[in-house]
Design a protein around this ligand. Sequence first.
Ligand code: NAD
Ligand code: DAU
Length: 339
Amino acid sequence: MTIIVTGGAGFIGSNFIFYMLGKYPSDRIICLDKLTYAGNLSTLAPVMENKNFRFVKADICDREAVYKLFEEEKPDVVVNFAAESHVDRSIEDPEVFLRTNIMGTAVLMDACRKYGIIRYHQVSTDEVYGDLPLDRPDLFFTEETPIHTSSPYSSSKAAADLLVLAYYRTYNLPVSISRCSNNYGPYHFPEKLIPLMIANALNDKPLPVYGEGLNVRDWLYVEDHCKAIDLIIRKGRVGEVYNVGGHNEMRNIDIVKIICKALGKSESLITFVKDRKGHDMRYAIDPTKISEELGWLPETKFEEGIKKTIQWYLDNRSWWEEIVSGEYKEYYSKMYDKR
Ligand code: NAD
Ligand code: DAU
């Protein structure tokens, strides 16, 4: 099987490539990535010499480049991870989110229509469902929960999901969609909560918690997400949406305290800062469909996953130190100075 993985130089895409090349050594994987600020070629160093792996630097919105790659590789499957993925950046500057997340998805699916495909898989997010109230712990997102987005990021992902389902109905394109909760693990870009707090704590910098830190996210170890996508592309039904999450709801403040404790840092580093605009309160996935239909269950418990993740950031300081010492500095100062 030949699989094009877009956005494979980012957090989840790279973890997916490592997982797939390890599990199916005779499958061919082509990573198509624009290498934006969030893409890092050094992340893919461990597989660059693998004869079944190819890296192509290109923009998913570049129709000519995408069609050329399809002509060369004749992929059986496309898994689209490529996206602008950070909510805070989308609040500052929505346009690139609309371009990459919506137009890019359309270009990839047009290529699939033109050259033929066994499966186009869209990596979506639980954020398309909006949020849930804190005082209703009985409520969860199911695949039937209405789309109800809050940020430019989640709106662009929801628009892409609607397009994917429209290409299924209109052109019979064999698509599937996964909507996963918050991932954590190795190679997570340090603009996101967990790696940002680990990096700041290790540098004895303030730990900026938005609002009162009471917002709840449903955390899943990244490899469990990769396993879910692998199952969906092989056994999932065409035209279907699958929610992915492991019932691991945690408040932001509790996550930050766990990180302080694990690193032996004082909680006095915690600084409460101005809240995110339109901040979603609680995400919580009901994974019944993927569990019952495909037998997927999360395998990594949070206590084990966060330990492995923190250890990875300790063992791979050069990976994230290079990021936080570059253009990230400007981003950080724009977002957090005087917040
Ligand atoms: P990321 O920001 O770490 O990586 C995104 C990758 O896409 C980068 O390598 C970047 O260079 C590439 N990219 C961006 N624009 C591109 C373009 N126009 N053409 C080609 N490549 C481009 O993102 P992530 O956290 O790994 O998320 C991957 C996908 O999973 C996204 O679609 C996101 O919406 C979805 N998702 C993320 C989470 C999470 O918790 N991180 C949870 C659920 C779903
Ligand atoms: O739910 C899936 C989504 O999870 C993905 O679709 C997104 O791509 C991914 O970025 C993530 O979105 P969140 O907004 O939930 O993740 P983030 O790490 O940015 O923030 C997690 C929570 O932590 C959120 O409530 C905001 C808060 N936060 C975040 C940062 C960066 C802080 O309190 N301080 C911070 O500095």
